[in-house]
Design a protein around this ligand. Structure first.
Ligand SMILES: [Zn+2]
Ligand SMILES: [Zn+2]
Length: 75
């Protein structure tokens, strides 16, 4: 399960939460007025298991110690 997300400032309203549409201030559709949007966090592929989450150690498949079995490091 890799559902890491991070919050960034909404680019449509630049964090204001509102946009001007036809001269009227309206709730920004990009962030639903919150000023922030959630995006997938950049994940770094684990070099030890190459994203597999497991490694072969002495002929046995074991959970990768580098990433803890997730295959990725948190961005
Ligand atoms: Zn917005
Ligand atoms: Zn790993």
């Amino acid at each position: 399960m890799n559902n890491n997300t991070t919050t960034v400032t909404c680019g449509q309203c630049r964090g204001q939460g509102t946009t001007v549409w036809n001269g009227n201030k309206t709730t920004c559709l990009g962030c639903q007025g919150s000023g922030n949007v959630r995006v997938a966090a950049p994940a770094t592929l684990c070099g030890q298991c190459r994203g597999q989450g497991t490694v072969i150690s002495q002929g046995k498949r074991e959970q990768c110690g580098g990433c803890g079995g997730s295959g990725y490091f948190k961005g």
